[in-house]
Design a protein around this ligand. Structure first.
Ligand code: SIN
Ligand code: FE
Length: 308
């Protein structure tokens, strides 16, 4: 597990189109095995747009962690309205989302038919010394799981771009998901709880969501998989011995670089850096080269049954 530099891919696509299919497959395979792919110079946005973004301020609300953009609706949330051109912000985030999607379709061509675009974010706050509470902290090692957007076994694929003019964004990562799950998934609550709650939760969930739909409220319906990955995220952040003693690898992502990882399985934390863009995708299991390496399949093997 580590960071792998991809030299043969530029903003015009693969340098060697004849080898594109083979290289793209290799990239997917490395990602699925828990590596981070790094494009050392891949700024994605223009210098003018980069400068514009570094002037944009995040809203001061304690509930806002990042500025977020929803490509499907064009909605931007979490920015400070005073002094920000909202239309320009929407245009720049849309252009980033589109450019990253276009790059993903080529760089990771095996995923192209199933690639589902999720949210885009802009992270303008310095992470070093950031005062976030407990489980919201970004500097504690964790795997990603979204409370409001259940993955239901799909993989969480994220592209990050460092748009700071001269400072790196610094991450630490730890062992593979398979190693962490083998050691800690049962202790974190996988198994009895998820299996026992399955039938009951499904029945209650179906009844409750039908009732709430009737009055116009949409309930988030989490699979056993999503309930467990949320728990595992919290378990890792709360576990001081793990945070202190786990093996750690440090990564410095330079200005204008883009890096890519399945953050549902690469345990990660950010130590410092500000001004990063990020695009999330879901990748369905059918698109994967090695579905047996996915967190869903690894957890199902430990739990001894289906989790979605
Ligand atoms: C995270 O997903 O935990 C934060 C990563 C980052 O903002 O660099
Ligand atoms: Fe994360």
């Amino acid at each position: 597990m580590g960071a792998v530099e991809i030299a043969g891919f530029t903003e015009c696509g693969w340098r060697d189109p004849g080898a594109a299919a083979e290289h793209a497959r290799w990239c997917c395979d490395r990602l699925e095995r828990g590596d981070i792919l790094v494009l050392p110079h891949f700024p994605v946005i223009s210098e003018e747009d980069r400068r514009f973004l570094t002037q944009v301020r995040q809203s001061g609300s304690a509930f806002v962690k990042n500025i977020s953009y929803e490509p499907s609706s064009g909605r931007v949330r979490g920015f400070s309205r005073s002094g920000t051109d909202a239309r320009a912000l929407e245009r720049v985030l849309r252009s980033y989302a589109e450019a990253v999607r276009a790059a993903a379709m080529e760089l990771l061509a095996p995923y192209a038919p199933g690639l589902q675009t999720d949210l885009t974010s802009f992270r303008p706050i310095e992470e070093r010394g950031r005062q976030l509470h407990g489980r919201s902290r970004n500097d504690l090692i964790h795997i990603d799981s979204f409370p409001t957007r259940p993955a239901r076994g799909r993989r969480i694929l994220r592209f990050f771009t460092n748009i700071h003019p001269d400072e790196p964004r610094v991450w630490i990562t730890s062992q593979t998901f398979a190693e962490l799950a083998a050691r800690m998934a049962r202790e974190a609550g996988l198994g009895a709880d998820t299996a026992r709650r399955r039938g009951l939760t499904r029945q209650l969930g179906d009844a409750a969501s039908a009732a709430l739909r009737g009055v116009g409220i949409k309930l988030v319906q989490r699979s056993c998989y999503d309930r467990f990955t949320l728990r595992f995220h919290d378990y890792l952040k709360d576990n001081q011995a793990f945070q202190r003693d786990c093996s750690k690898q440090r990564h410095e992502f330079p200005p204008a670089s883009t890096w890519i990882a399945f953050t549902d399985a690469v345990p990660h934390a950010v130590l410092s850096g500000r001004y990063a863009l990020e695009q999330t995708f879901f990748v369905p299991l059918e698109s994967l080269i090695a579905p047996e390496m996915s967190p869903l399949r690894i957890l199902e093997a430990i739990a001894g049954g289906a989790l979605v």
